[in-house]
Write a protein that binds this ligand. Structure first.
Ligand code: ZN
Length: 219
């Protein structure tokens, strides 16, 4: 099998997992993966659901924006996908979905706190990217500056959805799952704290495992 066929099959499997976990229903969201040659991507087109991706409907798009002949319309988010691959060598796969807990947080203007051991250690921060200056959906103009920071691997788009990036589709998908899981946990924490009259001052401070080993956790 060629690399592009392998990449299509990996994208189809990842999209199905994302759909099965209810992180993306209907035909929204999109995901893409960079070919081994580094000059083109495989991406889900517009109007095709995560559960309906096939080798025949996925599009091949070159990093210069040239779309190989296809019966499908390109995703509205194609430009931000292409731009992220152009600005970061370590980004080789992107999963963008409209998962409800995370999107709810972002739509309330709240950054999802990295409050679990896993998110503190592995992500550090999931920036909130507001709507575009015109009030519309975020484009590469809003998204790329955030990802120019090489430590950023996940972000949440106000009134829109989430972005996870990684060296392959599995890692980008895991981030999409962690973002949603963290938003869910944060909502439960904040709801229970409000119900029990607790404030952030009542919570213990915590750091990374490396901090703990160094005896500096919470300092
Ligand atoms: Zn979207």
């Amino acid at each position: 099998m060629t690399d592009l066929t392998d990449k299509k099959d990996a994208l189809i499997a990842t999209a199905k997992r994302c759909f099965d976990l209810r992180l993306q229903t209907n035909a929204g969201g999109n995901l893409s993966v960079l070919a081994d040659t580094g000059d083109r991507i495989v991406i889900k087109p517009s109007g095709v659901g995560f559960n309906e991706c096939t080798r025949d409907n996925l599009q091949i798009v070159h990093l210069d924006g040239t779309i190989e002949p296809s019966a499908f319309k390109p995703s509205k988010d194609l430009d931000f996908h292409l731009d992220l691959y152009r600005i970061r060598d370590d980004i080789r796969a992107i999963v963008h979905c409209h998962s409800p807990w995370a999107t709810g947080y972002a739509s309330a203007g709240l950054e999802i706190p990295c409050l679990t051991v896993q998110t503190i250690e592995k992500i550090g921060r999931m920036p909130l990217i507001p709507l575009s200056a015109e009030g519309g959906p975020q484009t590469e103009v809003d998204i790329s500056p955030v990802f120019r920071d090489p430590t950023i691997r996940a972000a949440v788009l106000a009134n829109h959805g989430t972005i996870g990036v990684g060296p392959n589709l599995q890692k980008a998908q895991y981030l999409a799952e962690i973002i949603e899981e963290t938003a869910h946990i944060a909502f439960v924490r904040d709801t229970l704290m409000a119900a029990h009259g607790k404030t952030m001052a009542d919570l213990p401070t915590y750091g990374t495992a490396a901090d703990a080993r160094a005896g500096t956790a919470g300092s």
